[in-house]
Unconditional design. Structure first.
Length: 386
C-alpha cells in the first residue's frame, strides 16, 4: 500500500481549546496524514494531540525560551525540530493564522516545500493602526507580511468576508486566495429530543466582540412574558465577572455561566437549546466574526439562530430560513426575533430542520476537507512534489 503524503501543520500555540476546527480539519483528512509543529503549548485547558504527531520548539523553562526567541526573531529552527520535520518528508506546510504563516516561512524554505496559510478572522480583519502597540509577534508579522504574500503558494479563508479583508487590510494577493468554509462532523452534531423550551444558548469568549451584553439586554425586555426563559453561557474571558454581574442584575436566576467546556459538553448543550444566540459585533479595531463555527454546530443540531448580520455570519445563517439576523446593535430587533420563536414553536422547529439541511448540503466536513485536499494536490503538483 502506498503511503499517504504528509502535511506539516504549523500553529504557534498547540492548541487552544477554541481551535478544534484546526484539529478536525487536519486529522479528518482522507488523502494526507497531518503532523503538527508549534512554538509552545497552548494555555490549559488545551486540545491534546497524539504524542507522536507533534513537536514543540519551547517546552518550558529558560532553555525553551532560549530556543523560541531565535526561532521567532531570526528563523533559526532548532536542529531536533528540523530533523524530525525532515524525517516526515512532508509534501507541504500549512500554517494557521496570518502571523503564524510568517513564522512558518523559514520552515517551509528549509524543507523546500510549498507553504499554505489560512486566515481565520481577526488576523485578516484587524486594522494596521491598532497593531503597532500590540504584542511583538504581531509587529514581526507586519514587518514580514509582504514577504509572506510573495512566498506563500496559496491562502485559505473560511468566508468571502475574510477573503475581502485579507486582501484589503493584509495585502494578500486575491488570486492566491481560496475560500473553503470549515466543515461540521454531522455524525456528532445532530438534532436530539432533549430540547428545552426557552433555553437560550450562548457559546463564545467573554469579551465585548461577542456581544453577550446585547443578548442579556434583549432577554431582559421579554423575560416577564416568558417565565421559562433561561440563558446558558459557555465560555470564559476577561469580561466574565462583568457579564455575570450584568446577568444577575437583569435576569436574576434565569442565567447559568458554565465557563469553558470541552467540545462534548458544548455539543450536548446545543442539543438541549431552544435558540442559539451569539450577537457578535464589529469592533473599532476591525475585529469581527469571520465565520462562526458555533453557528454551524447549532444549526446542525437543529437549533435556529438569532444574531446580528455581521462579518461572515450571513454566509452561514440564512436569514428568515434557518434563523434571524438583526442589524448590528439593534437590541429591540434581537428581542423581537427571540420572541417570535418563543411564541411559535412550530416555526422554531421548521427553521431548526432547515438549518440542519443547510449544514448537511453546504458544510459537511468530509466535503470541505476534500476541497482542502484538492488544493494541497494542486499546489504540490505545481511544485513538482506529487
Amino acid at each position: 500500500m502506498t503511503a499517504r503524503p504528509r502535511v506539516l501543520v504549523y500553529r504557534d500555540h498547540l492548541l487552544p481549546l477554541s481551535e478544534t476546527f484546526v484539529v478536525n480539519q487536519s486529522l479528518g483528512l482522507q488523502g494526507f496524514d497531518a503532523f503538527f509543529v508549534g512554538s509552545k503549548p497552548g494555555h490549559p485547558p488545551r486540545i491534546e494531540l497524539p504524542q507522536d504527531r507533534f513537536r514543540l520548539v519551547n517546552q518550558g523553562g529558560p532553555y525553551g525560551l532560549a530556543r523560541e526567541v531565535p526561532f521567532k526573531f531570526f528563523g533559526m529552527i532548532p536542529q531536533d525540530i528540523l530533523s524530525w520535520c525532515r524525517s516526515l518528508h512532508p509534501a507541504l506546510v500549512h500554517a494557521h493564522f496570518g502571523p503564524d504563516g510568517t513564522l512558518a516561512l523559514p520552515l517551509a524554505k528549509s524543507l523546500n516545500v510549498p507553504l499554505i496559510v489560512s486566515y481565520h478572522g481577526s488576523d485578516a480583519t484587524i486594522k494596521d493602526e491598532y497593531t503597532w502597540g500590540s504584542y511583538i509577534g504581531h509587529r514581526l508579522y507586519r514587518l514580514r507580511r509582504r514577504t509572506l504574500a510573495q512566498k506563500a503558494q496559496a491562502f485559505v479563508t473560511p468566508s468571502h468576508f475574510v477573503k475581502r479583508m485579507a486582501v484589503a487590510r493584509q495585502g494578500m494577493p486575491e488570486e492566491k486566495i481560496v475560500v473553503i468554509p470549515h466543515g461540521i462532523d454531522l455524525e456528532r452534531f445532530q438534532p436530539a429530543s432533549t430540547t428545552q423550551y426557552g433555553r437560550i444558548l450562548f457559546v463564545g469568549r467573554l469579551v465585548e466582540l461577542k456581544g453577550l451584553h446585547h443578548l442579556i439586554d434583549a432577554m431582559a425586555t421579554i423575560r416577564d412574558a416568558f417565565p421559562e426563559l433561561h440563558l446558558v453561557v459557555i465560555g470564559d474571558g476577561p469580561d466574565r465577572r462583568l457579564y455575570e454581574n450584568l446577568a444577575t442584575k437583569k435576569l436574576g436566576r434565569s442565567c447559568t455561566f458554565l465557563g469553558a467546556q470541552p467540545h462534548e459538553v458544548v455539543r450536548d448543550e446545543m442539543q438541549r437549546a431552544y435558540i442559539f444566540s451569539l450577537p457578535s459585533i464589529s469592533m473599532p479595531n476591525g475585529e469581527a466574526e469571520g465565520f462562526g463555527m458555533v453557528f454551524l454546530e447549532a444549526q446542525a443540531c437543529g437549533v435556529p439562530v438569532v444574531a446580528y448580520a455581521v462579518g461572515g455570519i450571513p454566509e452561514v445563517v440564512a436569514h428568515g430560513r434557518t434563523g434571524f439576523l438583526a442589524q448590528e446593535g439593534d437590541v429591540a430587533a434581537l428581542a423581537q426575533y427571540l420572541k417570535i420563536f418563543l411564541e411559535d414553536p412550530d416555526l422554531r422547529d421548521r427553521m431548526g430542520r432547515a438549518g440542519h439541511l443547510l449544514v448537511a448540503a453546504q458544510f459537511d466536513r468530509r466535503r470541505q476537507n476534500e476541497m482542502l485536499e484538492n488544493l494541497y494536490r494542486r499546489v504540490c503538483r505545481e511544485g513538482g512534489l506529487l
